[in-house]
Design a protein around this ligand. Structure first.
Ligand code: ZN
Length: 192
């Protein structure tokens, strides 16, 4: 990552909004912002699927649900944060399960890049599906977008809800509604 470039760019933004970039309070801001970017953006090419490792020796064949995983990401249209919670369900194939902390790291790897919530949702579902090959995967993400809250229509409390379904969750409405009722989000639509 080119932090020097980010520092230069941040200085230009400060100038652009009419600030004096050498003013005491903000003289160090470009460096701080570049440091933040270096920490936050793990890089678009970092493989999220490499994070997933099935738990050796454990077998479980029923639905596994992971609720309320928090995440922070950046909207690529406005360069403003969006954040919220992800809920994941999958039904193991042949008992193959993944460590629960593992899925949190996958979400983080996918969220720490420029995103749109829809893509974050499908990438998460696809990564789990490809690396674990479960009978089915479903991901629901609830996000709050600062670009909606701070500009335009200024919807502070609106949540954007997206979902992605794979495998048995797509073909079996009962399985899907079992997960949805556990989330208490009965009105959520799923993609097809
Ligand atoms: Zn946006």
């Amino acid at each position: 990552m080119d932090t020097e470039k980010i520092e230069k760019g941040t200085r230009l933004i400060l100038e652009g909004i009419g600030e004096d970039p050498d003013r005491l309070g903000i003289a160090d801001t470009p460096r701080r912002y570049a440091e933040f970017c270096r920490e936050f953006f793990s890089g678009p090419n970092e493989g999220a699927s490499s994070v997933i490792r099935p738990v050796a020796g454990e077998k479980h064949n029923e639905m596994v649900i992971l609720k309320d995983l928090s995440f922070f990401s950046f909207c690529e249209h406005h360069l403003l944060p969006f954040f919220g919670r992800a809920h994941i369900a999958y039904i193991p194939r042949g008992g193959r399960i993944v460590g629960l902390g593992n899925l949190g790291r996958v979400l983080e790897a996918l969220a720490h890049r420029l995103q749109v919530q829809e893509r974050l949702t499908t990438q998460l579902a696809d990564t789990i599906t490809e690396s674990l090959n479960p009978l089915g995967t479903m991901v629901v993400i609830e996000g709050r977008h600062l670009c909606l809250a701070m500009r335009g229509v200024k919807q502070l409390h609106s949540r954007t809800i997206t979902s992605a379904v794979r495998g048995i969750f797509k073909t079996n409405p009962t399985t899907r509604s079992e997960f949805m009722s556990l989330l208490s989000l009965p009105g959520v639509r799923y993609d097809d």
